[in-house]
Design a protein around this ligand. Sequence first.
Ligand code: DGY
Length: 333
Amino acid sequence: MADAPGRPSILISRALPREAVELARRRAQVDIHTGDTPLARPELIARLRARQGLICLITDAIDDELLASCPDLRVVANVAVGFNNVDVTAATRRGVVVTHTPDVLTDTTADFTWALLMATARRVVEADRYVRDGKFQQWEYMLLLGGDVHGKTLGIVGFGRIGRAMARRALGFGMRVLYQDAMAADAASERELSATRVDLPTLLRESDFVTIHTPLLPETRHLIDAGALRAMKKTSYLINASRGPVVDEAALVQALQEGWIAGAGLDVFEEEPVVHPGLLGLTNVVLAPHIASASHDTRLKMATLAVDNCLAVLEGRTPPTPVNPEVLSAPRR
Ligand code: DGY
């Protein structure tokens, strides 16, 4: 179908909430892929080639080769706070604005990460399975004993928006909060959240729960490796709702099998959607399919923000949440 003149043309790479798609349709020519699986790369490129905007998900790899094949593209609006699926350096070099969806998902993501932490420590999934399997024949004093959460030490790796939202939740549980981050939080935030900055070895050694909230960067890939897992307490738990490759999954399997740590809660995996087979057979790990931001309200807010970002760039306005704002002030290609 020929695009109407004067209106920007955008591709939405996967189905999004209807309200967000309608918002895009009011101001742009929209091609949307509504299939069950991500667009195969050749089709993604073919459908994007003559368009100016892309609204995409973390399952779309937006690299230099794709950007080179789509010379009209001016904005990549990722519907996620993380943007490790986008080569931002290449986009910046080619004058393509990249945007993401921070803030709107912070508390929803922290809520779920907290749920994962609680479920892991208190063995909620095992307990559910026990009842469904008809094993609850009598009350037992020593059944399914877990780890306490209240009063324990929470170690937060990556003290950005979501890390701090975890610290806020920990206050309600009377926990001691340690954090590790390249940048120190300001003194007022540290005071408000009762959080103390330490180095990673100290955090691993002293925490009862280690929760990961760092972006995936070359320097954070396998940040939690065999050495880190061995440094943790045998009674401690690892929680990851950031990006899978921050944790060496093979090492984690060994740690869980051999009791280097007590358990883990994982919302993300190294090779999503593939899950290390070793994890599937273990009872001391709770697994989720990368759903930490998946509430009705938040997924709508994320999609709407991505549409706003995309349309803003194409209509010559400043997008609300750019990743590479320097492109906005650079002369057009
Ligand atoms: C994000 O926003 O980065 C999540 O991982 C996907 O919602």
